[in-house]
Design a binder for this molecule. Structure first.
Ligand SMILES: *[C@@H]1O[C@H](CO)[C@@H](O)[C@H](O)[C@H]1NC(C)=O
Ligand SMILES: *[C@@H]1O[C@H](CO)[C@@H](O)[C@H](O)[C@H]1NC(C)=O
Length: 477
């Protein structure tokens, strides 16, 4: 199945993990020297020099110890400490080179996998380091995999009348947001007991539980553009129905389908040269005599669909949040929305999705999540983002088409810095209720004599931090 855009089967003998690859490029190797500028070259030279000096010292120390025959446990501990220090120093230099790419991926600038009927781009983990098109992509892929993010993201563009052919994913749920166009969706569940079909338009959400068979047909006049989240940080494993068909022995296919003409009929199927993953045959008008796009009843549709754009707007001084998420007991949801809420909660490893609009100069204030990693995609506007984790903290700017990643527990903020509103789609790796704590809330909740002792500052000073009636989650100066 030569299908580089979608296939993500386990690679064979050639593959080696990106960690190993990173380790290779990160030592004082010629690889690295080619790519660094002169100042970091100097740094690396100094680190290498330091390392060799310390290694020599350690060697001398070891020799001295061996020859004097005094290998007391205490001395061994000292040696180990010296070695660790060398490793730590080297690591810090590696990390500060481009730490931001652990959290940032320029998705729209990434490699485009083209098909007759459309294209796909990815921000994902690759088992074989050679499958990344840049070091930056590798940093991001390794980071979401190391953090066990349970998320991968990609864009799927389908030309008008094009079809992402029927397929299923072995190892991930799929939750998508339609950015543009309109599509007709089909979902077939276990035993084909229900076939759910529905139209989706821009601003709405689709959900395909793991291994449900599904298709997406672009039905509007303009191209469709989906942003798709898959609930895995490993390589996505996918099978397309045509690939499976052509891999099934003809007599077995004939026995399964029992067509008129038997195996002779099966032999009339010819496998096209081009990968059909997203197809758009030139003779489509001849092929299709009549198409009907039926809509299943609402209680079926909403298991796999959510009208995010039409859902309740949560307004804050600096912006608006809307959610496609699980709520216990369906609180705040209408009947349709409750069906979706229950549906994502009853499947394992689903995601909470939301859109966040932040007005110019608005701030999604510093906060963190107890129970989810977060990934986001910028639809309009631009922002400055800051992340504080247990490693070195970092901040950087993001613009349209960028993907960002906040590992669970890291404190992060998003400040809208363009004239246009910042508008983003966010995904959180939980199908339960998201748990969040904002910086102003934990400051107010901490006793002021504790703050006084913490910051070595008079208790009464903390009265200067006011409380507001409005929730300041997204605020303005
Ligand atoms: C779905 O979209 C197609 C193409 O725009 C349209 O012909 C059809 O009526 C729509 N179906 C429903 C149920 O809205
Ligand atoms: C539920 O969704 C269907 C379309 O899927 C719509 O026709 C109906 O009005 C919705 N009901 C409510 C209560 O929003």
């Amino acid at each position: 199945m030569e299908n580089p855009g979608f296939e993500m089967q386990e690679d064979g003998a050639l593959s080696f993990s990106s960690k190993e690859a990173q380790a290779k490029t990160n030592k004082c190797s010629p690889y690295l020297q080619e790519k660094q500028n002169s100042s970091s070259l100097l740094k690396i030279f100094l680190v290498c020099l330091l390392a060799s000096v310390i290694t020599t010292l350690v060697g001398v120390l070891v020799l001295a110890l061996v020859y004097s025959g005094q290998r007391s446990p205490k001395k061994e501990v000292e040696i180990i400490t010296v070695k660790e220090t060398v490793e730590k120093t080297t690591k810090t230099v590696e990390k500060t080179t481009d730490i931001q790419f652990q959290f940032l991926n320029h998705l729209t600038k990434s490699k485009v996998f083209e098909f007759q009927g459309g294209a796909i781009q990815w921000a994902r983990y690759r088992k074989n380091a050679k499958d990344y098109s840049s070091d930056e992509e590798m940093k991001f892929g390794a980071s979401i995999n190391n953090q066990q993010s349970k998320m991968t993201v990609g864009t799927l563009q389908i030309k008008s009348k094009g079809l992402r052919v029927p397929h299923w994913h072995f190892n991930a749920n799929e939750q998508g947001f339609l950015l543009q166009g309109s599509a007709w969706i089909g979902v077939i569940d276990e035993g084909a007991n229900t076939v759910v079909t529905y139209n989706v338009t821009a601003g709405q959400v689709i959900f395909f539980p793991r291994n449900t068979l599904h298709w997406l047909k672009s039905v509007g006049n303009e191209d469709c553009l989906f942003l798709l989240f898959f609930s895995t940080h490993d390589e996505l494993q996918t099978l397309d129905v045509d690939d499976v068909f052509f891999s099934t022995p003809e007599d077995i296919a004939a026995r399964s389908l029992k067509p008129q003409g038997g195996v002779e009929f099966i032999r009339t199927f010819k496998r096209p040269k081009e990968d059909q993953a997203i197809n758009l045959p030139s003779n489509l008008v001849e092929l299709i005599q009549s198409a009907s796009y039926v809509q299943s009843p609402a209680d079926h549709v909403w298991k796999y669909f959510y009208d995010l754009k039409g859902s309740k707007e949560f307004k804050f001084p600096g912006g608006i949040i809307q959610w496609a998420r699980y709520r216990k007991g369906g609180i705040g949801l209408n009947k349709n929305e409750s069906i979706f809420s229950e549906s994502i909660n009853e499947h394992a490893d689903t995601l909470t999705l939301g859109t966040l609009r932040i007005y110019t100069n608005g701030l999604r204030q510093p906060h963190f999540h107890f129970n989810a990693h977060e990934m986001g995609y910028v639809i309009t506007g631009c922002a400055k983002i800051g992340i504080i984790g247990t490693g070195p903290s970092t901040d950087f700017n993001i613009g349209v088409g960028d993907v960002f990643f906040f590992p669970i527990g890291t404190q992060h903020y998003i400040k809208s810095i363009c004239d246009e509103d910042l508008f983003m789609i966010l995904a959180f790796s939980t199908g339960d209720q998201l748990e969040t704590l904002d910086m102003d809330d934990y400051f107010h909740a901490t006793a002021d004599h504790i703050l006084a002792q913490l910051f070595l500052k008079k208790q009464e000073e903390f009265k200067k931090i006011p409380r507001f009636n409005d929730d300041q989650a997204v605020n303005l100066p």
